[in-house]
Design a binder for this molecule. Structure first.
Ligand code: URA
Length: 436
């Protein structure tokens, strides 16, 4: 078999066989197929696409290119969640303890933030003492004891994806649905959970700006999961404004704890309820409304909060920090961002809000940057809210005045004001299951 012939086949829009896809993925991972041939193939896929069968095969071989976690000793109800990323997205910290409290087993590997905000691991590490670098044995022990563990993603998960993603990044071949879907799902398949719940975001702060594209991505990922024996479903959600009010690592953990305690912002609560109910419904083949009731119950009776506390304790985190907000350290500087004139917030350029948060120190400007866990933004107003001229619309936290001021300026520039009240933006835009 020759890579040249496979590139020609895809260039002509023909379907690659499972053997051909296996040859390509294995050859590229080992270094037998050079970057220039793989980049030609990725470009051909960008233009010609892939069938669902091809995409599912590509994903399977990418997942098999490295370590695959066997979660079977933890039972049949292992669940994982993936969000395509957004600003203020702390749903793992809330929806996963809810899932554990509903009887699902959460053995989750998460990443650090690559873009302007921290990832789940960065957020959890703002809890003093919290360890995310557990050995496989420790990871399993915590799951058995607490029903939930969240650890850093192991480096040898789907190496084919790591190599292909780096190549796509420099060859303008990132924006292809089969390539994005296979990249995301290869890591999910390798991470081993039986149930996969996806949150595909669209809007100004999302990877997918456009709703139709988000829907296509969600359908493709659900199809990949089903074809690979994983119960997969997806929510399409709006990321035209940050989720919740907090953006920044410790600030987001505070907000997640408030939500688990029964407070927190409505949008965050609603999305977490949807994600948990979706996973529960898929895992236990339960009607969605029944799963939703169960989810609301574990939130109201405090059992989701207890799962979070047990995870924190089992992973070495400080429960005093969790239970006593007054003991949590604050950033050295807090500046207020004020409305420049009276009016309604008509739009937030959410990616720019993410950059504002990064400028405070809450995200990574380069891969080598270190994160300031205390930095970030606490919004007081979001899209659709009215503010008087000079009213505080956000508090911006940083280690020094310069960083806080940079955050304030970027945040204010990201907001569009109107004299008229804007239309309400719905958060939940769709739900994709293997059946619909
Ligand atoms: N996230 C991924 O993991 N892969 C992609 O291709 C795009 C976003």
């Amino acid at each position: 078999m020759r890579m040249y012939d496979l590139i020609t086949k895809k260039k002509l829009g023909e379907e690659l066989s499972p053997r051909e896809i296996a040859f390509m993925v294995e050859g590229y991972t080992k270094g037998d197929i050079p970057d220039y041939q793989m980049s030609a193939m990725c470009m051909a896929i960008c233009f010609r696409g892939m069938t669902h069968r091809e995409t599912a095969d590509l994903t399977q071989y990418m997942a098999q290119s490295g370590a695959q976690v066997d979660l079977s000793p933890l039972g049949e109800l292992t669940v994982d969640k993936h969000s395509t990323g957004g600003v203020g997205d702390k749903t793992t910290l809330v929806a996963e303890p809810m899932a554990a409290a509903c009887g699902l087993t959460v053995a989750k590997m998460s990443g650090r933030g690559l873009g302007f905000t921290g990832g789940t691991i960065d957020k959890l590490e703002s809890i003093p003492g919290f360890r995310t670098d557990l050995s496989q044995q420790e990871f399993f022990d915590v799951v058995k004891e607490a029903g939930i563990a969240v650890v850093g993603q192991s480096a040898d998960l789907a190496p084919a994806d790591k190599k292909m993603y780096a190549l796509r990044d420099v060859t303008a071949t990132v924006d292809s649905i089969p390539l994005i879907a296979s990249s995301i799902m290869s890591k999910k398949l390798a991470a081993g959970a039986k149930v996969i719940e996806l949150d595909v975001k669209c809007g100004s702060g999302a990877f997918m700006q456009d709703r139709e594209q988000a829907e296509l991505l969600a359908k493709t990922m659900v199809e990949i999961g089903s074809r690979n024996g994983r119960n997969t479903s997806a929510w399409i959600t709006n990321m035209d404004q940050p989720l919740g009010l907090a953006i920044g690592n410790a600030l987001e953990v505070n907000e997640a704890i408030e939500t688990l305690q029964g407070g927190g912002p409505e949008d965050l609560k609603e999305l977490c309820v949807c994600l948990c109910a979706g996973a529960l419904s898929t895992a236990k083949n339960m009607p969605l409304d029944v799963a939703r009731e169960k989810t609301l119950q574990v939130l109201a009776d405090g059992s989701a909060l207890q799962k979070f506390r047990r995870m924190v304790a089992a992973q070495g985190g400080d429960l005093e920090w969790v239970d006593h907000p007054e003991k949590r350290q604050q950033a050295a500087v807090c500046l207020e961002a004020k409305a420049p004139a009276s009016g309604w917030i008509a739009h937030m350029d959410t990616a720019a809000v993410g950059i504002a948060s990064m400028l405070t120190g809450a995200g990574r400007e380069t891969k080598e940057s270190t994160i300031d866990p205390l930095a970030g933004i606490l919004l007081c107003k979001k899209t659709g809210a009215y503010a008087e001229a000079g009213e505080t619309i956000a508090k911006v936290y940083a280690a020094d005045e310069t960083k806080a001021q940079a955050g304030v300026e970027k945040l204010l520039a990201a907001i569009t004001w109107s004299d008229n009240q804007p239309e309400h933006i719905p958060l939940i835009l769709g739900h994709i299951t293997a059946e619909n």
